[in-house]
Write a protein that binds this ligand. Sequence first.
Ligand SMILES: NC(=O)c1ccc[n+]([C@@H]2O[C@H](COP(=O)([O-])OP(=O)(O)OC[C@H]3O[C@@H](n4cnc5c(N)ncnc54)[C@H](OP(=O)(O)O)[C@@H]3O)[C@@H](O)[C@H]2O)c1
Length: 345
Amino acid sequence: MTLACPFGTHRVLEPAGALPQGAKRLDNRMEIHSNEILVDCETLNIDSASFTQIRQEAGDDKGRIAQIMLDIVKQRGKHHNPVTGSGGMFIGTVKAIGDSLQGQRDLNVGDRIASLVSLTLTPLVIESIEAIHLDTAQVDIKGQAVLFESGIYAVLPPDLPQKLALAALDVAGAPAQTAKLVRPGGTVLIVGAGGKSGSLCLHEAKKRAGVSGTVIAMDYGAAAVKRIEQLELADVILDLDATKPVECLRALQGATGGGLADLTINCVNIPQTEMTSILCTRDGGTVYFFSMATSFTAAALGAEGVGKDVNMLIGNGYTKNHAEITLQVLRENPRLRQQFMEIYA
Ligand SMILES: NC(=O)c1ccc[n+]([C@@H]2O[C@H](COP(=O)([O-])OP(=O)(O)OC[C@H]3O[C@@H](n4cnc5c(N)ncnc54)[C@H](OP(=O)(O)O)[C@@H]3O)[C@@H](O)[C@H]2O)c1
C-alpha cells in the first residue's frame, strides 16, 4: 500500500492537476492506498437537483434512470451528474482501512457510516442497482466506494433509522448554517420550505429567531404546504411558484405588511429561483443559496439588474458540527422526526 495525496489527486485521470471534485474522470479501481478507506455501499442518496434532472430525462422510467446512473459512473468513475454538477452521498459498511489510518481514527472495519463528502468526488463502482425509490431519491445498490484521507464521514447513530439519518445528513449543511445565520428577532424566508433541507431549516430558524422573530415558509403546491403546516414552525406560509419573482415579492410584502426578509434561505430543487430569493431580501440582508440548482451568473447579474445590495452566500455543504446539529434537530423535534420517518424510513 502506498501513501497518496490526502485530497485524492492521485486518482484524477483528467484534467491533470485538478482536485477530484472538479475532475472529469476519476480512477475508481477499488484497490486502496494506505491513507484511503474502502466501503461496501448499500444506498446512494442522490442529490435532489440531480435526481430531479435524471427523472425528467428518463421520463420516470426506472430502467432508464438506472442506465443513466450507470453511464455517469462508467464515464466519470464517480456519480457526478454532468447536467446539474451535483452528486449526493452514500451509506455503507467499512470494508478496509488503509495501514496509515489504522489507530488514528475512531473507526473500525464493519462500522456503518454515511459519507459527508459529495459523490461528485468519491470513486465509486456500481455492480448492480437493486431498487430505485422515486419518492426519496435514494437508490439501493451493490457497490463500493473509496474515501480519501481528507474525506469526512459520520458513524451512523444507533438511535435513528439509517435511511432517515442518510436523508438528513445529505443536507446537513443547511440547518447548521441556518443556526449560525439567524439572529433573534429576525425575519427569515425559506424558499422550498416543505422539502428535506427546507424543513430542517424551518426548525433552526424558528428556534434561533425566537418569539420576536418571523419565519416565512414558501413552497409550491398543496402537498408541500400540508407538510409545512404539520410542522407548526412557520408564522406565514406562502404557496407560490418561486420561479415567478415579482409575484413572490408582492405576496411576501402583502403577508408581512411591506417587510422584506433579513435572511433568505433557498432550498429549492429546480433552477431559476435566484431572483425570488434576491427580491424578497432587504438591502443589506443575506441570501443563502443552498440549492444546487443555483446559477452564479443568474444571481450575480440579476441582483445587479434590480439594484439589490444583498450578501450572497454559496451553500457550502460543510460547516463545523453540521452532522451533529442536523441529527439533533430530528431528536428534538418529534413532528419533524415523524414526518421524516413517514417519508424516508
Ligand atoms: N449545498 C449543498 O451542499 C447541498 C447538499 C445537498 C443538497 N443540496 C441542494 O439543496 C436543494 C434542496 O435539497 P432537498 O434534498 O431539500 O430537496 P427536496 O426535498 O426535493 O426539496 C425541494 C423543495 O422545493 C420545492 N419546490 C420545487 N419547485 C418549487 C417552486 N417552483 N417553487 C417553490 N418551491 C418549489 C419542492 O416542492 P415539491 O416537493 O412539491 O416539488 C420541495 O419542497 C437541492 O437543490 C439540492 O441539490 C445542496
